[in-house]
Write a protein that binds this ligand. Structure first.
Ligand SMILES: N[C@@H](CCC[C@H](N)C(=O)O)C(=O)O
Length: 278
């Protein structure tokens, strides 16, 4: 087990944004305790703690902190909007501020707490360049060659967005894994099924790469709002209803802003025995 803290246990926090749930490890002391096997073991909802994503806070230069993300299958994710909002809220409380800057694989991002208590993060500009999403070279991201005419959008991680008549009727568990592993996506993909409720209102259900069905996916909600605008279905400001609640998306000049609630549920410590068993 490659942890620097096997004798004392490993402290962690449990958080969620609209039921998209996270284990968060604060590793700003410089030690990085996470390996793929630790991520998988922790992500096990029966024998570990359980999470949709594991987020690791690390030290940073020029911004307040760095964030790394892991999926429950032990793979890395380049972006996680809801974990970014949850951890930013925690860091704002710790620093006594209403705004923070951070770095993810995507680059420098910023987050703020609004007067109503909701937390907003600027997820950056959407990525529409095939090699950067990534999708197979020569493929048109605006019309992927798949049944249902989906759109590919990158938000620091890949998304494949389907617009359907009724998102409630989609068998997400059946279609999600097939699209996730389609050869069009060299790094697999997250999959969103969205239906139009109004010119500023969408319903979206999601299959997350490396995790499965979740109650919300922040980056997926951003990708869906961008795709809806590109298809001419909505404006640039939309409300998106996900299984766990509602997110507000605002695609501005400086990036795609996502706003919603956050929750810090409890703090605990992984036992030395659990860590030694990996
Ligand atoms: N829940 C997240 C997205 C998680 C990352 C994803 N599974 C991936 O592998 O890209 C969010 O809130 O954005």
């Amino acid at each position: 087990m490659n942890t620097t803290r096997p004798d004392t246990g490993l402290p962690f926090m449990k958080m969620h944004g609209l039921g998209n749930d996270f284990v968060v490890i604060d590793a700003r002391d410089g030690a990085d305790p996470v390996t793929p096997s630790l991520a998988r073991a922790l992500g096990d909802r029966h024998r570990g703690v359980g999470f949709d994503q594991l987020a690791v806070i690390r030290p940073a230069e020029a911004v307040d902190f760095t964030l790394d993300f892991w999926n429950s299958d032990g793979t890395r994710a380049g972006a996680c909007g809801n974990a970014t909002r949850c951890v930013s809220d925690y860091m704002m409380r710790q620093l006594g501020r209403d705004g923070v800057t951070l770095r993810t694989e995507r680059g420098a991002l910023s987050a703020v707490r609004r007067a109503d208590g909701l937390v907003s993060v600027n997820m950056g500009a959407p990525i529409l360049e095939p090699a950067q999403i990534p999708i197979l070279p020569g493929t048109d991201p605006a019309h992927l060659p798949l049944g249902g005419d989906p759109i590919a959008v990158g938000m620091g991680n890949p998304h494949c967005v389907f617009f359907v008549e009724d998102a409630e009727a989609v068998e997400v568990e059946a279609h999600g894994p097939l699209i996730e592993h389609d050869p069009l996506f060299p790094e697999r993909t997250n999959v969103e099924f969205a239906s139009l409720i109004g010119p500023d209102h969408l319903r979206m259900r999601v299959w997350e790469r490396g995790t499965g069905i979740t109650l919300a996916c922040g980056s997926g909600t951003c990708a869906t709002a961008v795709a809806a605008n590109l298809r001419g279905l909505t404006g640039k400001r939309v409300r998106v209803d996900v299984d766990g609640g509602q997110l507000e998306i605002d695609w501005r000049e400086d990036g795609v802003w996502m706003t919603g609630p956050t929750a810090h549920v409890f703090d605990a410590t992984l036992t030395p025995e659990f860590l030694a068993s990996l």
